[in-house]
Design a protein around this ligand. Structure first.
Ligand code: NAD
Ligand code: TDX
Length: 362
């Protein structure tokens, strides 16, 4: 039975990936989820699978080399899928250091532990071991509307402390591939959306604020463009890279679904309006009057757009979920899981929101 070590599996994409894998492979695989449980990690995301015999959760910091090495010593790990990271750009602007620590040092610890466990006396690696480093399109920088796409060959040009730390971690993985022929892949994906996303990110923040009758903060002119992918399609892509991709290669993942932020806001307002029942008191409040333009994000990247051509050609991956369907599923999920939202937005989230947004709207 193949064993997957998933880091950051209690976060947004990690938990969706674990659900996807256990649904696809059932009891044929074993999953070890290693997560520190920062503000972004939530075991509620995995409630329905926590009792499975082929799933284990270990609370650990990826920067803790002793603990991480111990996990490799105690288990025959076949695949590492490395999601754990600090992931929010705005937080990286106010507090960059933790991004360097988790994203760069943490990745270094993961690489060293896997190398130590998998390397053979002659310097080659045990058969069929694979490390997949999950990264982002933000490492490529920012495009103008007249530019085309980010390709795997596009030079890195990160602007935020978040993207700089992810770019550094990508380079570290690349150096292990180039130096040791370490069996790894790097994937760079566009903006994900879907169930279990923490409401510091644009889409769940719009949904939550709308339902609360709170203003929807739009940075700058609202015309920044992101390329949105339904999270399950990202999970599928990661699996396909490990199953069908070429080892040592880097793959861009995206669904050619570019939208301005303001378009996203209009779509969500309309979807919510259509989905709420007539007698729901919130329905009449959900309209464009909630949209509020606020001070722009510092160093705000204008446009991300990714070419998934290599991914399609070499692995056959194509996204299954069109944006119109994905956003409907997402809004429905948040409407059906209002307790989840309540739990993650009580307590510390209130302080975060005040700190981030009071200054922007003054
Ligand atoms: P997230 O913030 O929702 O989850 C991150 C998870 O990592 C949390 O469960 C957190 O507890 C855990 N974690 C943080 N620091 C840790 C540490 N030191 N040790 C162990 N666990 C730790 O993030 P996400 O949106 O799910 O992103 C996952 C990965 O995908 C990240 O590497 C991110 O850079 C990348 N990515 C995200 C997107 C996106 O749109 N969200 C797009 C492309 C790539
Ligand atoms: O309140 C807001 N208002 C607003 O206008 C927030 C939170 C965001 N925005 C804008 C900023 C961006 O142009 O919306 C866009 C999307 O913002 P985020 O959801 O913060 O995502 P982004 O900065 O694009 O980064 C995301 O995609 C790539 C993820 O957070 C990263 O983890 C991933 O690597």
């Amino acid at each position: 039975m193949r064993t997957y070590l998933v880091t950051g599996g209690a976060g947004f994409i990690g938990s969706n990936y674990i659900h996807y894998m256990l649904k696809k492979y059932g009891d044929e695989i074993r999953v070890i989820n290693v997560d520190k449980l920062t503000y972004a990690g939530n075991l509620e995301n995995l409630k329905d699978i926590e009792k499975r015999e082929n799933y284990v959760f270990i609370q650990a910091d990826i920067c803790d080399s002793e603990k991480i090495n111990h996990i490799f010593e105690e288990n025959e790990i076949d695949r590492v899928v490395h999601f754990a990271a600090e992931s929010h750009v705005d937080r990286s602007i106010t507090d960059p250091e933790i991004f360097v620590k988790t994203n760069v040092l943490g990745t270094s610890v993961m690489l060293n532990a896997a190398k130590k466990a998998w390397e053979q006396p002659d310097g080659t690696f045990k058969k069929d071991k694979k490390f997949l480093h999950v990264s982002t399109d933000e490492v490529y920088g920012s495009l103008e509307n007249s530019d085309e796409f980010f390709y795997e060959t596009t030079p890195y040009d990160p602007h935020s402390p978040y993207s700089a730390s992810k770019a550094s971690s990508d380079m570290l993985v690349k150096s292990y591939i180039d130096t040791y022929r370490f069996p790894a892949n790097i994937t760079n994906c566009s903006n994900n959306y879907g169930p279990y996303q923490f409401p510091e990110k644009l889409i769940p923040l719009i949904i939550n604020n709308s339902l609360q009758g709170k203003k929807i903060p739009v940075y700058g002119d609202g015309k920044n463009v992101r390329d949105w992918l339904y999270v399950e399609d990202h999970a599928k892509a990661i699996d396909m890279v490990q199953e069908k991709g070429k080892l040592f290669e880097k793959y861009n993942i995206g669904g050619h679904n570019e939208k301005q932020n303001i378009e996203i806001i209009h779509i969500i307002l309309e979807t919510l309006h259509n989905m709420l029942p007539e007698d729901d008191a919130r329905k009449s409040r959900i309209n464009e009057s909630l949209i509020t333009y606020v001070t722009d994000r510092k160093g705000h990247d204008r446009r991300y757009a990714i070419s998934p051509d290599k991914m399609k050609k070499e692995t056959g991956w194509v996204p299954d979920t069109m944006f119109s369907e994905g956003i409907r599923l997402t809004v429905k999920w948040y409407l059906d899981h209002q307790d989840w939202m309540k739990n993650v937005t009580s307590g510390e989230y209130q302080n975060y929101y005040k700190k981030m947004y009071d200054a922007k709207t003054e």
